[in-house]
Design a protein around this ligand. Structure first.
Ligand code: ADE
Ligand code: ZN
Length: 314
């Protein structure tokens, strides 16, 4: 059974759905952007801009239900059994969809996917780093304003180069104080020591990416000793040009050091990847990253309750 522990819900949008929602919601995206297979991006900074533009086609709770159902169905077809989505509550709240309505739509999609295709899912509410710490606190307050079995975690996405990670401690304290588990993008674009800083200052249970840990034996040792799950997204790393080939990817060296590796698709609609391909890439990178081993790590690292974990393991 395959598990996706790092996927941005709006990043699952495939071109066909982008076009469908653009028409339905009367959002105009420049022809030149739509005509380009990569929506005009060529590195991380331009990716984030293209991502904001293209994902602005998602406007309503019904849209969220459509994209969640669509991704879970695709996962099930590929042998997927469990998915944790990331979504920032204030994004759609700002355009008139209150977070409880977003959550209702996601829960409806998740319930249907569990029932019809046997794939389970949960939500990680996120703050966007480049929008700053005040917006992060707003995201945390919104996330914790409602009790739901669907919502299991709080995360930090966005541009790692903006702000220092400690500025987000208040938001994470609010979220963790209400029982949400914590993850944050760290060590994808900035050096290894920023991973430890993020873990300590935000109280993380997992790390998004964390691949630059490989640059520091000391950081890798600390991650291995803590059995800190690292959400590795090989297809994303290749698409964004962080490594030229699977052979250059550091995940094998992280396994050597004893790090706990789990997998994610990140933004599969933008990076032309899916859960099956991520597993194939991981296996190509290192034979120790077979489905069994990775799934065992993933279930242990999942933010859902123990009862759900037990049912995933059997
Ligand atoms: N938001 C959406 N996709 C992202 C990514 N790949 N990294 C950081 N923030 C994101
Ligand atoms: Zn990500």
């Amino acid at each position: 059974m395959l598990v996706d522990l790092h996927v941005h819900l709006r990043g699952t949008l495939v071109r066909e759905t982008v076009l469908f929602l653009a028409e339905r919601n009367a959002v105009s995206i420049p022809e030149a952007i739509l005509a380009d297979a990569r929506y005009g991006w060529h590195d991380f900074a331009t990716f984030l801009k293209a991502y904001d533009l293209v994902t602005s086609v998602v406007k309503s709770a019904a849209d969220l239900e459509v994209i969640t159902t669509s991704y879970l169905k695709r996962c099930a077809e590929l042998g997927g059994g469990y998915v944790e989505f990331m979504l920032s509550p204030p994004d759609l709240a700002r355009t008139g969809v209150p977070f409880p309505d977003q959550l209702k739509a996601l829960t409806a999609a998740a319930d249907r996917a569990a029932e019809e295709w046997g794939v389970r899912s949960r939500l990680i509410a996120t703050a966007v780093r480049h929008l700053g710490p005040r917006a992060a606190v707003e995201a945390a307050r919104m996330a914790t304003s409602i009790q739901s079995d669907m919502l299991v975690g709080f995360g930090l996405t966005g541009d790692e180069h903006q702000h220092e990670v400690g500025e987000f401690a208040e938001a994470f304290n609010i979220a963790r104080g209400e029982g949400l588990r914590a993850t944050a993008h760290a060590g994808e674009h900035r050096p290894a020591d920023t991973i430890i800083e993020a873990i300590e200052l935000l109280g993380l249970d997992r790390v998004g990416h964390g691949i630059r840990a490989v640059e520091s034996p000391d950081v890798m040792r600390q991650l291995a000793e803590a059995r800190m799950p690292l959400e590795v997204c090989l297809g994303s790393n290749l698409a964004l040009g962080l490594y030229r080939s699977v052979a250059e990817h550091p995940v094998g060296r992280m396994v050597d050091a004893g790090c706990a590796i789990v997998l994610g698709t990140d933004d599969p609609g933008f990076f032309g990847t899916d859960l099956a391909r991520e597993h194939a890439l991981a296996l190509e990178a290192d034979p120790r990253l077979g489905i069994e081993a990775v799934s065992t790590n993933a279930i242990a690292a999942a933010f859902c309750d123990e009862h759900t974990k037990n049912s995933l393991a059997h």
